[in-house]
Each structure stands twice: as structure tokens, then as C-alpha cells.
Design a protein around this ligand. Structure first.
Ligand SMILES: Nc1nc2c(c(=O)[nH]1)N[C@H]1C(S)=C(S)[C@@H](COP(=O)(O)OP(=O)(O)OC[C@H]3O[C@@H](n4cnc5c(N)ncnc54)[C@H](O)[C@@H]3O)O[C@H]1N2
Ligand code: MOO
Length: 414
């Protein structure tokens, strides 16, 4: 086992990501690709709108010049409805509905409510009409041949709508990375119906990690709970591999206690330890390794917030690599209140974006930062990152902030 001095976060992350997998492309119909990340660009084969068409129900008109004055009288002949093939018409006006092809030679649309119908069947304009008004031009939304969706775009409702509008039959998306969860600890109870015995607690890291995996765009292919036993861990790792896992996450048993058997078991299995223990909190005892089979392993500390931090700051960057996503860029936001120096560790603090009296965005550090406290996580909507050896910070000092999940509701890019 590598007992080298604790590494800092950046160095450890570099070691870990250097071995992360590259994206593997699979082709899916857009309807099945929700939440997936595009691995290939999407080009518009057709223009959108695909033809010049009316934006209003009314009449298509021919204009000699730039405008027709109010009071002009025109005789409509025929009709062009949405879904009709383009009519050939030499009339001075033709009835038209929203979305209908604008027949050749017509260059404006007047809404029906801007006309009055005369007794002789003609219409009279109650307002002047300008050339081009109420016409949606072919390709004015998306030009044929243009790049519509770059790789790295998450497939959401907007992407699915545009893909359908353009007739995209399949997306090339990154295959969801396959991850397994092994919760360790004889104190853990999985069944919510089971009353807790003395010394027992409910297992929240196993379902919590499974949910984080799904939310981060990966797939949880196997999950189990084991006692403090190396043979059980070895068997669980074998099952995770058989289920197709590329990465195994364990929670617990990586610290200094007599039952912290994960590092020794990995050493017995011949794993290469990339790092163990970092100058960061929560998550100080985190361990990363690579097994001989190529399986990636992250030993996350058992305190639930340490598990969450290990996931957010190591597993999610790994998932981003496997999905072909670029490195995240934290926001820099002013602290709502002063924050005393915290020493030589990098801290990930439960935090909340907030507005000051002038409605300016800032970040509030929440009370209850210990890594066993879950309740503040319900208040939190981001992590504030305080680098190692930061001095006392005054209110208003900028700090780096990342959302709770790497796939946020409001993605920001460079
Ligand atoms: N002498 C030292 N003791 C500890 C150190 C240290 O440096 N020296 N580090 C502390 C830090 S920091 C952390 S974090 C914890 C992490 O320890 P482990 O990863 O070995 O985790 P456990 O001891 O197995 O569990 C810690 C804590 O979390 C609870 N737990 C574990 N798994 C789950 C689960 N699936 N669901 C809910 N809660 C879970 C467990 O019951 C313990 O309370 O070590 C400190 N100690
Ligand atoms: O990871 Mo421990 O939670 O640093 O407190």
C-alpha cells in the first residue's frame, strides 16, 4: 500500500483522471436518449422552417413596391391551407392559414383581423401592409447544413424537440459509464421495515450513491452491502465486474480504524493505489485504485457527506471524462459573510446561492458543516470550495462555487 504523505486535491485528481475512460459512442433514437450526452455533432440536413410560410391566418398578398396603403382593396381567389402542397396562383390575394406554404409571387401576409370583407367579395386593408410581413422564411430559424448541436450537449426537452423538427432519426451519444456501489459496515440496515438494533444505523450511502450515479448521467449496474470483511469485499468486486462495472465505489472502511479493511484488501488483490488520504475535508481518507483487470476503484469515506463530496469531486469528474464533457468551471461569487481561515486542508462547504438586499448573487456558507450532518444538505444548492491555506476571508470575498451535481439545471459554459 502507498503510505506516501497526503496529496493535494489537484494532484490526486490529475492521477485519477489520467486513467479515466474515453467516451464510447452508441446510437439511439432521440426519444430514448433523454439525459444522455451527445458524443457526435448533429447537422441540420433540412432547413427550419423547411419552406417560406405564413405566420398568421389571413391573406397572402402581392406587393408591387415596399408597402400597400391602408384602404387598398383586393380580390382574394383560392386558398392555401397548412399541409396543402404549394398552389400556383396568379390572384392578387389568396386566403392562407398559419404554417401554410407561401405560394410563389406572394410577399406579405395580412392577418384576417386587419381586413374587412366588402359586399362584392373583395377585402379592404384596415392597416398598411409592408413587404415581408408575417412571413417565416425558409431556414431563418436553422439553415440547412448548419451545426445545430455540438458534442457535449445534454439531451433535454429542447434538444429532443429540435431533433424531431429536423427529422433526426438517431443521436450518437456517449454510453453511460457503468458503476457499482458497495456499502461496507456491519452496522448498516438496508430494510426500512427492520427496527434498528443497538448500534445499528440505516444505510443511506448505498441508495444515495445509486441516486447520484443516475443523476450524474451514469448507470448503477450493481449494488450491495457487506460487513467489515475482506473476503466479502473481494466477492462483491467480482460480482460488480461480472455485472459490467467499469468503476466500483465503496463507502466506509478507508480510515484509520481496526476495521478499515478496504486498503488492505485492495493491496491483497494486487491493486495499484493511486492515492490514499488527501488534504481535503470532508473526504480526507478517500482512496483511489486500479485493479489488475483495469477496474477503477474509489474508496469513499463512510460519513455520508464525505461520501457525497468524494462522489462530487472525484467520481463526477471521472464520469465527465467518460461522457466526453470538458472540465467544469466553478463560478466565483462573493461570500455573504466573513469566513475564518481553516488551515491546510481544502474544504468543500455546504452552501447556498443567495441574493443580497440589492438582488446581487452571492454565496452563504451554511451552519452544520460536520460530515455526519445530512440536514443542511437539504438547504444547500451548491458547494463552496475553499482552497488549502486560505486566509481569513471577509464578507464579499470571491469564492469558487459548483452546483451540487455536475449536470445543473442552468449549465454555464466558457
Ligand atoms: N483516528 C482517526 N479516525 C478517523 C479519521 C482519522 O483520520 N483518524 N478520519 C475521520 C474521517 S475524516 C472520516 S470521513 C471517517 C471515515 O471513515 P471510514 O471511511 O473508515 O468510514 P467508517 O468508519 O466505516 O464510517 C464512518 C461513519 O460513517 C457511517 N457510515 C458508513 N457507511 C455508511 C452508510 N452506508 N450509510 C450511513 N452511514 C454510514 C459509519 O457508521 C460511521 O459513523 O473516519 C473518521 N475517523
Ligand atoms: O472526510 Mo472526513 O468527513 O474529512 O470528516
Amino acid at each position: 500500500m502507498n503510505e506516501a504523505a497526503p496529496k493535494d486535491y489537484a494532484e490526486a485528481l490529475g492521477l485519477w483522471l489520467a486513467e479515466a475512460p474515453s467516451p464510447v459512442v452508441e446510437r439511439l433514437p432521440p426519444g430514448e436518449a433523454a439525459g444522455r450526452v451527445l458524443a457526435e455533432p448533429v447537422q441540420a440536413l433540412d432547413a427550419l422552417p423547411p419552406f417560406d410560410n405564413a405566420a398568421m391566418d389571413g391573406f397572402a398578398l402581392r406587393l408591387e413596391g415596399e408597402a400597400l396603403p391602408e384602404g387598398t382593396r383586393l380580390r382574394p381567389e383560392g386558398a392555401q391551407f397548412a399541409g396543402d402542397a404549394e398552389q400556383v396562383s396568379s390572384a392578387e390575394a389568396i386566403e392562407i392559414t398559419t404554417g401554410a406554404v407561401l405560394p410563389a409571387g406572394f410577399d406579405a401576409v395580412v392577418p384576417v383581423e386587419r381586413t374587412t370583407r366588402l359586399a362584392d367579395g373583395r377585402i379592404e386593408l384596415t392597416q398598411a401592409v409592408r413587404r415581408g410581413q408575417h412571413i417565416r422564411r425558409c431556414g431563418s430559424d436553422i439553415a440547412a447544413g448548419s451545426l445545430v448541436l455540438p458534442p457535449g450537449r445534454v439531451v433535454d426537452a429542447e434538444v429532443q424537440t429540435i431533433a424531431a423538427a429536423l427529422g433526426v432519426a438517431r443521436f450518437g451519444v456517449a454510453r453511460a459509464p457503468r458503476i457499482a456501489v458497495i456499502a461496507t459496515g456491519p452496522e448498516l440496515v438496508d430494510d426500512p421495515a427492520q427496527p434498528l438494533g443497538s448500534g445499528q444505523i440505516r444505510n443511506c450511502n448505498r441508495p444515495g450513491l445509486a441516486a447520484r450515479i443516475r443523476g450524474a448521467g451514469a448507470e448503477c449496474v450493481y449494488q450491495t452491502t457487506i460487513g467489515d470483511d475482506g473476503d466479502e469485499l473481494e466477492a462483491a468486486i467480482a460480482k460488480a465486474e461480472a455485472a459490467g462495472a467499469q468503476l466500483v465505489l465503496s463507502s466506509g472502511a478507508v480510515s484509520m480504524g481496526r476495521h478499515d479493511f478496504v486498503p488492505d484488501t485492495l493491496a491483497r488483490l494486487g491493486a495499484r493505489i493511486l492515492f490514499h488520504r488527501l488534504r481535503m475535508r470532508p473526504g480526507k481518507p478517500i482512496l483511489a485504485a486500479r485493479l489488475g483487470s483495469g477496474l477503477h476503484y474509489a474508496g469513499l469515506p463512510g460519513n455520508p457527506v464525505s461520501t457525497a463530496v468524494g462522489f462530487r469531486f472525484f467520481v463526477e469528474p471521472w464520469i465527465r471524462r467518460a461522457l466526453g464533457l470538458p472540465e467544469e468551471r466553478p463560478l466565483r461569487l462573493p461570500l455573504h459573510a466573513a469566513l475564518p481561515a481553516r488551515g491546510g486542508f481544502r474544504f468543500h462547504l455546504k452552501a447556498r446561492l443567495c441574493l443580497d438586499a440589492g438582488a446581487r448573487l452571492g454565496v452563504e456558507i451554511l451552519p452544520g458543516q460536520e460530515s455526519f450532518r445530512l440536514a443542511p444538505m437539504l438547504e444547500a444548492n451548491c458547494w463552496a470550495i475553499i482552497p488549502a491555506d486560505s486566509p481569513d476571508l471577509e464578507a464579499g470575498s470571491p469564492v469558487e462555487v459548483l452546483p451540487l451535481c455536475h449536470l445543473p439545471a442552468f449549465p454555464l459554459s466558457a
